[in-house]
Ligand binder design. Structure first.
Ligand SMILES: [Zn+2]
Length: 75
C-alpha cells in the first residue's frame, strides 16, 4: 500500500448564499457572475439574484493561488 503525502488543493470555489424571499431558505451558488433567476430548493419559488462581480471572484482566486496559498503554513 502506498503512503501519500498530504495533498494541497489546486482549485477552489467561492460560495454565495441567497435567502429565499418567500421561505427564508438558503440558496447556495458558486460565484454567480451572471444576473439570473434561481429556484428555491425548498418552496420552488423563483427569484432574481444580484450577480457577483467577476473581477472580485478573479481577485480572490488570484490572491489565494486558487487555494494553494490558503493552505495551513504548517503543511
Ligand atoms: Zn423558498
Amino acid at each position: 500500500m502506498e503512503i501519500y503525502d498530504p495533498v494541497k488543493p489546486d482549485k477552489m470555489a467561492l460560495l454565495f448564499a441567497y435567502t429565499c424571499p418567500h421561505c427564508q431558505n438558503e440558496v447556495v451558488l458558486v460565484s454567480p457572475t451572471q444576473a439570473q433567476n434561481v429556484t428555491c430548493g425548498l418552496c420552488h419559488t423563483s427569484f432574481p439574484i444580484c450577480p457577483i462581480d467577476d473581477h472580485v471572484v478573479q481577485y480572490v482566486h488570484t490572491i489565494l493561488g486558487d487555494g494553494m496559498a490558503a493552505v495551513d503554513p504548517n503543511y
